[in-house]
Design a protein around this ligand. Structure first.
Ligand code: CTP
Ligand code: MG
Length: 229
């Protein structure tokens, strides 16, 4: 395939506090990572690189095998790093073949609709990166200490999700620049934009929320629970 999806799953899940790395916490009978990979394999065929926490590569292999089914040859597992950015870099280094578009996806956004993955991939061009993002619903304030110092116009803001998609050569060059500068960016779009490239926004979806806290895990469980009359 000309598209690769790097699924970063090497975090510890400190804020979830579930006693296991977040990727292997069960939502229902299946883990966060398994749900994320089910979404990835339900999207258009792509090479899939799962970035796993050191020591959990075998567990990630198992989830990959089960999600991929007869497309197992499309996927591989690599070991992640201490930061998300390092984990993405490890995933980038593991791409093979003639991939032209790279999507970077958080395993923690386990219920992301496959249609969102396809929409991001379709919107990437050789020059332009793409992020899915939702409008901001809260009223936002800029604060310093405990004082409100400014109102923020939320119509100018959007909440970024994943997958974020990029043309491979520009993303690889941007990661090389980030490595050289030592700067840690908040997401791949920020890292890509820091190299001077444009990033386009497409609509995100409520189901692509990131499982971060125990409340988020409850929300995911609720969304997967069979409807009760
Ligand atoms: N991630 C990663 N490698 C890291 C840190 C994060 O691959 N060193 C991944 C996580 O596995 C997750 C995504 O990046 O899929 C988003 O990170 P986050 O939600 O912050 O997950 P954790 O870092 O695991 O959670 P926490 O910050 O609460 O510890
Ligand atoms: Mg984190």
């Amino acid at each position: 395939p000309q598209t690769a999806i790097i699924v970063v799953a090497a975090g510890s899940g400190t804020r979830l506090g579930a006693g296991a790395p977040k990727a292997f916490v069960g939502i229902d009978a299946h883990s966060v990572l398994r749900h994320a990979l089910d979404g990835v394999f339900a999207a258009a065929p792509a090479q899939v690189v799962v970035v796993a926490r050191p020591g959990f590569e075998g567990d990630a292999e198992t989830e990959l095998r089960e999600a991929a089914g007869d497309r197992r040859e499309l996927g591989r597992v690599v070991t992640g790093g201490a930061t998300r950015q390092q984990s993405v870099a490890a995933g980038l280094a593991a791409l093979w073949g003639d991939v032209e578009t790279v999507l970077v996806h958080d395993a923690a956004r386990a219920l992301t609709p496959p249609t969102q993955i396809d929409a991001v991939a379709a919107a990437v061009t050789p020059e332009v990166g793409v992020i899915p993002a939702l409008p901001v619903v809260d009223t936002l304030k800029k604060v310093a200490e405990q004082t409100v110092v400014a109102a923020v116009d939320r119509s100018e803001l959007a909440a970024a999700q994943t997958p974020q998609g990029f043309p491979r050569p520009l993303l690889e060059a941007a990661y090389a620049e980030a490595l050289a500068s030592g700067i840690e960016y908040t997401d791949d779009a920020a890292l890509f934009a820091a190299s001077g490239h444009p990033v386009r926004r497409i609509p995100g979806s409520e189901r692509a929320f990131k499982i971060t806290t125990p409340d988020d895990l409850e929300r995911a469980r609720h969304l997967l629970a069979p409807e009760r009359p």
